[in-house]
Design a protein around this ligand. Structure first.
Ligand code: ADP
Length: 495
């Protein structure tokens, strides 16, 4: 079984300070109008970290008004694009200055190992903001030759006040993916962080204010989905919704957004195929398969949770994979040696355990893990199911936990159809030394991202998003920016 380091009680370990717990509206830190609060928990100890303002429709309305004022007539609406970019750079610098503290806060609230917060969440957050800071003064339209004596050009204008609703698996990074392009384009923001992980988003709002981003440009309303989240989606004075989360919530958002016909971008779930051919670099493929699923406790929308391994190498491959699971170090997220922390909350823990139970009942073979780890905190052992069939629930449903399903395949011909036999289409990976095979499969798999001989390689410049029920539109890169602009065509009679 996995190496065990029992989580220590939070009182005994150094904890990051909690500064912000209220709504951030129009530059003010204010309690929810209702006076309500909710608790955010440390998933490693199950103890309360802090009580946070529980915003709802009344608070969202104030936030939307503050955002509208800045968008229409505020300092932001008059600011030169290059100066907007300068403020985003400044925000990235301030985050970099506080990187250690922010990483600790993220690990405390989410449960992710501090080594991951430091190596992935923080640098990617900073990089994303800098990428879009550089875009702020490079957003421009075209001059277009039309018939007749006219001069026609397009303007790329900010879409307006945007509602941004984010999940708990990469709280800070999701803030950067949302704020970066919105601010670069000149939009103003009403954001709702996930109820499980509101703390780093609130801290980033404070840093945005410190950076000089005018009050009212960024507003944060912590709270629950059906109240604060739905209020953002229904608000008549919010122009666009950018949402990352589950498909079920996305369906509700689509319905709630219909009366006001808001622009929508979605980044949703996945059941990503990770295909290993027998001619692959096996060491790299094993490391990639392990990382592609177990990273972030399996709580990645693009997790490589369907691992297809070619027949000839199957036995050796799963033997080595299970070996890696057995030495994986579970423990206190704030311990730099920890490789795997707890799941984010009880609900996720319960869902994962239900799927493990289902996998056993359906006849898959559980080679490692399958149980709760320890007695406190939402820890799940790194779990490996082999002999999985394509139609088993553990091979079709998104589990969002450290549960890998390994499937066997024989031929190249069969694999594209099997990889595509899913309602999802977020990501995929192919491991082979045969360049033709790699590109052939990359062209056949219906997914927004295909990694060849690597996994989870993200870059602010590379578009990310889903085919099918994994999303609508793309985030990151130039496409991510376009989602925050409207195109206006202007035609002038020259005669
Ligand atoms: P998960 O199941 O991973 O928690 P959700 O889709 O439920 O994913 O949550 C992602 C985000 O969507 C969270 O910020 C959550 O509060 C929010 N949310 C949940 N329900 C709604 C809703 N009906 N309308 C708007 N936002 C919602």
């Amino acid at each position: 079984m996995a190496t065990v380091t029992e989580p220590v009680a939070p009182a005994k370990r150094p904890r990051p300070r909690i500064h912000q717990t209220q709504c951030f509206i129009g530059g003010q830190w204010v309690p929810a109008q209702s006076g309500k609060t909710f608790d955010t928990l440390d998933p490693a100890s199950e103890e309360v970290i802090a009580s946070v303002a529980e915003g709802d429709a009344a608070d969202v309305d104030l936030a939307a008004k503050a955002a509208r004022q800045q968008f229409e007539t505020g300092e932001w609406s008059k600011m030169d694009a290059r100066d907007r970019g300068r403020l985003i750079y400044k925000l990235a610098d301030l985050i970099e200055e506080e990187a250690d503290e922010l990483a600790a806060l993220e690990s405390l609230d989410n449960g992710k190992p501090i080594r991951d917060s430091k190596a992935a969440d923080l640098p990617l957050t900073i990089d994303c903001l800098r990428y879009y800071a550089g875009y702020a003064d490079k957003i421009h339209g075209q001059t277009i030759p039309v018939r007749g004596n006219y001069f026609t050009y397009t303007r790329k204008e900010p879409v307006g006040v945007v509602g941004q609703i984010i999940p708990w698996n990469f709280p800070m990074l999701m803030v950067a993916w949302k704020w970066g392009p919105a601010l670069a384009a000149g939009c103003t923001i009403v954001m709702k962080p996930a109820e499980q992980t509101p703390l780093t988003c609130l801290r980033m709002a404070r840093l945005a204010q410190k950076a000089g981003i005018p009050d009212g440009v960024i507003n944060v309303v912590p709270g629950y989905g059906p109240t604060a989240g739905a209020a953002i989606v229904k608000h008549p004075d919010i122009d666009k919704i950018a949402f990352t989360g589950s498909g079920e919530t996305a369906q509700m958002i689509m319905r709630d957004a219909a009366p006001t016909l808001k622009r929508i971008t979605f980044e949703l779930g996945g059941k990503s195929p990770n295909v290993v051919f027998d001619d692959a670099n096996i060491d790299a493929a094993i490391a990639g398969a392990h990382f592609g699923l177990y990273f972030n406790q399996g709580q990645c929308c693009c997790a490589g949770s369907r691992l297809f391994v070619q027949e000839k190498i199957y036995d050796k491959f799963i033997d080595r994979l299970s070996g890696m699971n057995k030495t994986r170090k579970l423990g206190d997220p704030l311990d730099p040696a920890t490789e795997q922390g707890p799941q984010v909350d009880q609900a996720q823990f319960d869902k994962i355990m239900r799927y493990i139970d289902l996998g056993n009942k359906e006849g898959a073979k559980c080679l490692t893990g399958g149980k709760r780890h320890g007695t406190r905190g939402f820890y799940v052992e790194p779990t490996l199911f082999v002999d999985v069939k394509d139609n088993m629930a553990i091979a079709t449903d998104e589990i969002f936990g450290p549960v890998m399903s390994v499937l066997k395949f024989k031929e190249l011909d069969e694999i594209a159809a099997r990889a595509n036999n899913t309602t999802y289409g977020l990501a995929a990976a192919v491991w082979t030394r045969d360049i033709a095979k790699a590109h052939y499969l990359a062209s056949k798999i219906k997914a927004g991202t295909v990694w060849i001989n690597c996994y989870d390689v993200f870059d602010a410049a590379a578009p990310f998003g889903g085919y099918k029920m994994s999303g609508m539109g793309r985030e990151l890169g130039e496409e991510g920016l376009k989602a925050y602009t409207e195109t206006k065509t202007v035609t002038v009679a020259l005669g």
